[in-house]
Design a protein. Structure first.
Length: 235
């Protein structure tokens, strides 16, 4: 089956094409499959999460899953879109809290951690890498990544502006560093939690201190950049 045919099955419901009635609980069943795919990949890894394994996890037959998605590749593209939806939900209505720069940086980390600190993010990353290198899905994957940027960049920039308010810092590289460093800490903590380690309990106890120290370090850097910007603006 060609990818274009698989995509048609995703975007054009069979009920609309063939006049058949959809089974009851349509949207709930589709979400059930997506949740099962995410959980199955998380537990078994992307390549061991076969079509049958996902169907078993969902408590449905593969035929029912094909009804909604068509092919496994189309299902994985839908899983990638589920990741986009969750990222958008995490940042769309979020607001930075805190009076000091350090408190605002910590607040930003907490918001990013809702998505990037979730084990499910490992699933979305595996799917993204796989689909990006698959000739059958690479074009659709690039299109979805562009859609992610279009959707999430405005709220991300709004949150970064809230962190930097009153500092005089407008450099894009500073805002980018703020995002990547805080996301990196959330991702590191999540990966340690996902990989068995005898040192995990001790490291986990250090996570709050890590967050505090990183926020303080970023605040010092931003204050320094603000002072440099102020000095440049003086006559």
């Amino acid at each position: 089956m060609e990818v274009e045919e698989a995509e048609a099955q995703v975007t054009v419901p069979q009920a609309a094409r063939g006049g058949r009635r959809r089974p009851p609980g349509d949207s709930a069943s589709r979400q059930r499959v997506l949740d099962a795919a995410v959980q199955c990949i998380l537990e078994q890894g992307l390549y061991r999460a076969s079509s049958n394994a996902i169907a078993e996890q969902a408590g449905l037959s593969w035929g029912v899953i094909q009804y909604y998605f068509g092919t496994r590749e189309a299902l994985m593209l839908a899983v990638l879109e589920e990741g986009t939806r969750r990222l958008d939900a995490a940042v769309r209505d979020a607001e930075i809290a805190g009076q000091t720069l350090t408190e605002r940086a910590e607040s930003y980390l907490e918001i990013l951690g809702r998505y990037y600190g979730s084990p499910d993010y490992l699933v979305f990353t595996q799917v993204l890498i796989s689909l990006s290198h698959d000739p059958r899905t690479s074009a659709q994957t690039r299109e979805r990544l562009e859609r992610v940027n279009t959707t999430t960049q405005p709220p991300m920039r709004r949150l970064q502006a809230q962190v930097l308010r009153g500092t005089g810092v407008t450099e894009p590289t500073v805002a980018s560093l703020l995002f990547h460093s805080l996301r990196g800490l959330a991702l590191s903590q999540m990966m340690l939690a996902a990989i068995p380690s005898v040192d995990l309990p001790e490291v986990s106890q250090q996570f709050p201190a890590h967050r505090k120290l990183l926020a303080e370090a970023l605040a010092l850097l931003i204050e320094q950049k603000g002072a440099e910007a102020a000095a440049r603006s003086r006559p």
